[in-house]
Write a protein of this length. Structure first.
Length: 147
């Protein structure tokens, strides 16, 4: 069942991402201010997969840059606390976008859709051949960062 769920999420991610790649950052101002996010999914190395979860926060500048990013992860066999990141994003005319989070030595790619209330829903699609991370989450606009 886990493999089927992972395959379905991956297929959805590829379909969603292919429609977003051709867009430009015409709506980058839609993501502006402080955000908190939650994520749950699966992470694997090609032969073994396990559940993965993360929470975090970041500041979006409204022109395509992320600053003040911080991420806490929880996974089978360990996790990490207060991992700093920066990133970039681009939102198209239809309010769908792509985001890259840059950590020391690695990155994560997200596809997201902005909601009318300023929040967003996203998927991560960094998996190939059973290795990587896939899942989904939400970004919620906040007045201040709180973890």
């Amino acid at each position: 069942m886990r493999k089927l769920n992972a395959l379905l999420i991956l297929c959805f991610a590829l379909l969603f991402a292919s429609a977003v790649y051709g867009q430009t950052g015409v709506n980058n101002a839609e993501l502006n201010g402080n955000y908190a996010f939650t994520f749950s999914g699966m992470s694997g190395n090609g032969s073994f997969s396990s559940v993965f979860a993360a929470v975090g926060r970041f500041t979006a500048d409204g022109v395509g840059n992320l600053t003040n990013g911080q991420l806490d992860t929880n996974a089978v066999g360990g996790g990490g606390a207060a991992q700093a990141f920066t990133g970039t994003y681009s939102i198209g005319a239809d309010n769908r976008g792509l985001m890259t989070l840059n950590f020391s030595g690695s990155s994560a790619k997200l596809a997201f859709a902005m909601l009318a209330n300023g929040n967003a829903q996203f998927i991560e699609f960094d998996a190939s051949g059973g290795a990587g991370t896939i899942g989904s989450g939400t970004m919620e606009k906040s007045g201040r960062h709180r973890l």
